[in-house]
Design a protein around this ligand. Sequence first.
Ligand SMILES: NC(=O)c1ccc[n+]([C@@H]2O[C@H](COP(=O)([O-])OP(=O)(O)OC[C@H]3O[C@@H](n4cnc5c(N)ncnc54)[C@H](O)[C@@H]3O)[C@@H](O)[C@H]2O)c1
Length: 347
Amino acid sequence: MKLLVTGNTGYIGPLVLRHMQRALPGISIVGYDNGYFAHCLTGAPRLPETRLQTQHWGDVRDFPGELFDGVDAVIHLAAVSNDPMGSRFEKVTEAINFASSKAIAQKALEHGVKRFVFASSCSMYGYAEGGPRKESDALNPLTAYSRSKVATEQALAEMADSGMVITALRFSTACGWSDRIRLDLVLNDFVACAIASKEITVLSDGSPWRPLIDVKDMARSMEWALTRDPQEGGNYLAINVGSQEWNYQVRDLADAVARAVPGTRVSINKDAPPDKRSYRVDFSLYKQLAPRHQPQISLDQAISEIKTGLESMLFKDADFRASQFMRLKVIEKHIEEQRLTEQLRWI
Ligand SMILES: NC(=O)c1ccc[n+]([C@@H]2O[C@H](COP(=O)([O-])OP(=O)(O)OC[C@H]3O[C@@H](n4cnc5c(N)ncnc54)[C@H](O)[C@@H]3O)[C@@H](O)[C@H]2O)c1
């Protein structure tokens, strides 16, 4: 199988490459990324992209369709990948996340690609009171980022009869260790707080529900999407990816980290306004359709791997929320130092 992965030089990409090479022997992988975070390596013993057959550097807004020649499958990760960046670069987020994703899927189809896997997000359920959200429930995207994911899913759904097997994986919030760790994710942030200052400051009142998934289990689900039988789930499928047990309240995550890093205090902001991003998610469809690709990493294991990784980097920056471990800060620094334009084009 020849696989093209867009957005492969970010947080999740390196895990995807490694997983596919282990799980699908003989696979040939090509990367395509414009490298906003390619320099943000965190203790990697080897540049992850040296595992690839070819690495292309380019913008998804100018994606050359001929790169799909001979390609069997695409995993489309490239995106402005969180809410803070989405709200700072709203129009650009729409162009990169929605317009380019739609155009790339169309080009893939024209070039005979058979499988298309899209990294979508459970954040499209927004603030959802009541029971865990199923795929058929109403969506409530509250941010530019989650609106871009909804719009892309709609465009992909219109290609349902095209012959290409399309899977939109609605991921829970990611966590876990990577060759390019980021600390703007709730669990990673808590472990970093615990290590750097022995104090976890929860910015909300701790009550919001947040489904989580380890990056290794995300890669496992992408393997499933590349190989799933379209007789089950159909040619186009949007599916929640995670597990029931990983629906946590934020304060439970903080407590689990405090147990793993002895001496850590947890401070909850009791006066915080209600966090609008609170939702539980129902993963029973994923359990039914992907019984052999269910998440395997436990919360304690994920915490332990982040802790070990940060300790091996001698991490101790208590001010890391203003540092280069935050995607938005990396982008802002590129702009400030005139490497990137406001349109997120390289100068
Ligand atoms: N991290 C999460 O919690 C999470 C959860 C659900 C879904 N996702 C989705 O998974 C995907 C990967 O997430 P990640 O955490 O690795 O994000 P990331 O920001 O670390 O990586 C995204 C990659 O996309 C590239 N990219 C962005 N704009 C581009 C452009 N215009 N042209 C070419 N490349 C571009 C970046 O350079 C980067 O390498 C994203 O689509 C994200 O929305 C992430």
